[in-house]
Design a protein around this ligand. Structure first.
Ligand SMILES: O=C(O)CCC(=O)C(=O)O
Ligand SMILES: [Fe+2]
Length: 283
């Protein structure tokens, strides 16, 4: 009975994409997907996220990654950021490693397969600082033009509480140079002056909506000017076959030390596969 219920819950996720959405993602480097989760799914995932974040305390990476603690800096007040919840919470795992979601990623990016890089709960607390413009992929332990993230609104995300903004087409202008998410909102545009010429798009979402963005698309979020938490759950995915670039990011120490530059990142425990198309054909 429990298993049947489990299936029904998963089946109600809206995982079909239109060809317009795919074309729009490929053109702009991001796309909005409305109604991804039902109200019940939002409640289930939100509860799991809030509970897991609370249980982690100041520890920022769960499940054996780099040992880091949140502090009291400007960055700590951009959001409460807790990573790899999927490693310690089955609900987060069920959603973030879902194979239908995996298929959406493959279709959007036009690549054969993805592994989880890391998930992140991103809670912009009341009066939280804005999220400075940045690119994601340069922080990670591999470089790819095809990495992708999902950002799921678990509360309505609005211009008042810090919804996301994207600069369309910037995935084609970016290299792997980056800036930190610090207190200089527009620093990214000093290294990429061409990106300044494009108008950012504000992407408010209802709880249950999600967006997908390429790891090289410039994006940021506003401040939270409200008294309520802006709660989002996100996950970044790495194309299958990506290679180690020498950066640690959140890798566990022993694994990090064992890696050679250029080695394929293929650790099924740490970076499980969420979709592999043509797997049958190649088997
Ligand atoms: O939620 C935010 O404020 C920023 C999110 C972000 O940068 C991301 O998901 O890559
Ligand atoms: Fe980001």
């Amino acid at each position: 009975m429990k298993a049947i219920l489990f299936m029904l819950i998963l089946l109600s996720m809206k995982t079909t994409l239109t060809s317009e959405q795919i074309a729009s993602y490929q053109q702009d480097g991001f796309v909005l997907h409305r109604g991804f989760l039902s109200a019940e799914e939002v409640a289930e995932l939100k509860e799991a996220v809030v509970m897991t974040v609370a249980a982690m305390g100041k520890k920022t990476v769960a499940g054996g990654g780099v040992d880091m603690q949140a502090g009291d800096s400007y960055y700590d007040k951009v959001f409460t950021q807790r990573l790899n919840l999927w490693r310690i919470n089955d609900t987060a795992k069920k959603f973030m490693l879902n194979s239908d979601l995996g298929r959406m990623l493959c279709r959007l990016a036009g690549v054969e397969g993805f592994r989880v890089w890391h998930d992140q709960a991103l809670i912009k607390e009341p009066y939280g600082n804005p999220t400075a413009w940045h690119l994601d992929n340069p922080y990670w332990s591999f470089y790819s033009k095809d990495s992708i993230s999902i950002w799921i609104a678990l509360e309505d995300a609005t211009p008042e509480n810090g919804c996301m903004y994207f600069v369309p087409g910037t995935q084609r202008l970016a290299t792997f140079d980056n800036v930190g998410i610090g207190n200089d909102l527009g620093e990214l545009f000093r290294i990429y002056p061409k990106m300044r010429e494009i108008d950012p798009i504000c992407v408010p979402m209802k709880a249950g909506d999600c967006s997908f963005h390429n790891g090289l698309t410039a994006h940021g979020a506003g401040a939270n000017m409200t008294r309520k938490r802006r709660i989002a759950m996100t996950c970044a995915y790495m194309p299958v076959g990506s290679t180690f670039n020498g950066q640690r990011n959140i890798l566990p120490e022993a694994y990090f030390k064992s890696l050679q530059h250029g080695e394929v990142l293929a650790n099924d425990d740490w970076n499980p596969v969420v979709c592999l198309q043509n797997a049958m054909a190649r088997a």
